[in-house]
Write a protein that binds this ligand. Structure first.
Ligand SMILES: O=C(O)[C@@H](CO)OP(=O)(O)O
Ligand SMILES: [Mn+2]
Ligand SMILES: [Mn+2]
Length: 558
């Protein structure tokens, strides 16, 4: 974001729309539109507020795209996710995202010419190369084919000893698919060994229980990973990773497998991280890598006792935090998401309040602001984090902190201290990921109630609301075949879909402060999340910068 100096931040006045109306921007996480059936939890749940917004179609309610190329992902088969979704919502433009940038860097070979790779390469002669990351083809945080290319490329560049520290998924892909991914990786590593590279899996664990926490919700998650990956210590020891995952799955699902280490015949861990080694975290997505990056990089660190802090050369697949410049070494440059709507609005005097609970807090702040932590101007902005429940799966508490978020937003609106009150309501997504249909129905109802609280407050102050979502999740809880029918496994069990979807998401505008004649245009049929920023700028009384994706609204004379 270092370009601030040259940017002209002043936005032109909107020719027709007034300034000074408080605006609530509500993002329902994991809330897509889908045909109504029993696996559409949003449809099954009582959601009177969201239902009533839909009555405003087509002038005040429509669908927008939230997956694939509309949010900068490589293909139309890529489901949406919070990072790319909130980046698009906040930045108002579509940036080629991490998944795509890594694909390009691997395909061209540029990844091996970059500063980050040259840096870790210095350890190849004497040390081990450790690769830590999510093992699946989900494409949200990482992709197996990228890991495979990196393994091949690194060994061709001289890595003689490689250790892979795997995190099993089951959240962006079907639960149970971890076994197949580990088998595939084992096969690749066997091939490498035949070529003389000492390559092995060294440790593992489920992504939600080991390493991939976010927004400092629970450092124990990162510690469990540290102990296994760096110290070579874990409650479970196996000589073979496929066997480890199969065995541990007897008591946990892929997302929550406990930590394990792979040991040799003498019970000795095969791949702790030691002085002189190189480490790459191969996830491209930022939020769930920031904590481990801090543990691997910061000399001063007090979040847990690292016991040993090896002198390593560490690089991220990407730089995960543009403000903290973390990590300082990385293989691929992240998208340069500059001039976000939040930064413009602050420069134009818009006072902003942003809030969610911990597990989504960074979505409406960090992701919204282009993967940048902190405020643009602390005098104009207030970001409030409501602590999430720790150590539970959210089907146990499906209401999460929705009402608390609603209350905080309500109070912020009624205080009249803010021009924009922005929230993320996590329930549809966080509970949807558990695959628990009954709990997800409760979750959707709670999210709807939170929306109502916010809309009521907006009504009281004569403001405007914009209600939308970042991608689908709760609206489809089963895997389907090409004709849309639910798929059953060979034992006749329904295949539960824990992941996001490729469905479009709703956007609704309204409120007593909405100027007469404002309605959705019908000439942006392919509109997506990136069109929302210009829309919100208009509602604040400004015209968006020229290079922003077009606004979704027009003002017609009545
Ligand atoms: O939990 C996460 O990390 C992702 C799924 O991998 O979900 P979201 O993009 O909604 O944050
Ligand atoms: Mn999300
Ligand atoms: Mn999600």
């Amino acid at each position: 974001m270092g370009t601030s100096g040259q940017v002209s931040w002043k936005l032109a006045d909107h020719p027709k729309l007034p300034k000074g109306k408080p605006i609530a921007v509500v993002v329902l996480d994991g809330w897509g539109e889908n045909k109504p059936d029993e696996f559409n939890c949003i449809h099954v749940a009582q959601t009177p507020t969201m239902d009533s917004l839909k009555q405003g179609a087509p002038e005040k309610w429509r669908l927008i795209r939230a997956h694939g190329t509309a949010v900068g992902l490589p293909t139309e088969d890529d489901m949406g996710n919070s990072e790319v979704g909130h980046n698009a919502l906040g930045a108002g433009r579509i940036f080629a995202q991490g998944a795509k940038l890594v694909d390009l860097a691997l395909a061209s070979g540029k990844i091996y010419e970059g500063e980050g790779f040259k840096y870790i390469r210095k350890s190849f002669e004497k040390g081990t190369l450790h690769l830590i990351g999510l093992l699946s083809d989900g494409g949200v945080h990482s992709r197996l084919d990228q890991l495979q290319l990196l393994l091949k490329g690194a060994s061709e560049c001289g890595a003689k000893r490689i250790r892979v520290h795997i995190l099993t998924d089951g959240r962006d892909v079907l639960d149970g698919s971890s076994v197949g991914f580990v088998e595939t990786l084992e096969n690749d590593l066997t091939n490498l060994r035949e070529k003389g590279v000492d390559a092995r899996i060294a440790s593992g664990g489920g992504r939600m229980y080991v390493t991939m926490d976010r927004y400092e919700n629970d450092w124990n998650v990162v510690k469990r990973g540290w102990d296994a990956q760096v110290l070579g210590e874990a409650p479970h020891k196996f000589t073979n990773a496929v066997e480890a995952v199969k065995k541990l799955r007897e008591n946990a699902n892929d997302q929550y497998l406990p930590a394990f280490v792979i040991v040799d015949e003498n019970e000795k861990a095969v791949g702790p991280i030691v002085d002189g080694d190189a480490v790459v975290t191969f996830n491209f997505r930022a939020d769930r890598m920031v904590m481990i990056a801090k543990a691997l990089e910061y000399q001063d660190f007090d979040k847990f006792d690292r016991v040993r802090f090896p002198k390593i050369r560490y690089a991220g697949m990407l730089q995960y935090d543009g403000e903290l410049k973390l990590p300082s070494h990385y293989l691929v440059s992240p998208p340069e998401i500059d001039r976000t709507s939040g930064e413009y609005l602050v420069h134009n005097g818009i006072r902003t309040f942003a809030c969610s609970e911990t597990v989504k807090f960074g979505h409406v702040t960090f992701f919204w602001n282009g993967n940048r932590s902190g405020y643009f101007n602390p005098e104009m902005e207030e970001y409030v984090e409501i602590p999430s429940d720790v150590g539970i799966t959210f089907n146990v508490q499906p209401k999460m902190k929705a009402l608390e978020i609603g209350e905080k937003a309500r109070d912020a609106i009624l205080s009249r201290k803010f021009d924009q009150v922005r929230v993320n309501i996590p329930n549809g997504d966080m509970v949807g990921h558990t695959g628990d249909i009954q709990a997800t129905i409760v979750a959707c109802k709670a999210a709807d109630e939170a929306v109502k609280m916010i809309l009521d407050a907006i009504e009281q102050v004569g403001g405007i609301y914009v209600v939308t979502a970042d991608h689908g999740n709760a609206e489809d809880m089963v895997k389907r075949n090409k004709s849309g029918q639910p798929v059953y496994d060979k034992n006749g069990n329904l295949q539960i879909l824990t992941s996001h979807t490729c469905q479009p998401v709703p956007i609704a505008i309204g409120g007593t402060g909405l100027a007469p004649g404002v309605r959705f245009r019908n000439d942006v049929p392919d509109g997506g999340l990136a069109n929302v920023a210009a829309t919100v700028m208009n509602l604040h009384g400004y015209v968006a910068p020229n290079d922003y994706e077009p606004t979704l609204i027009e003002v017609v004379d009545n």
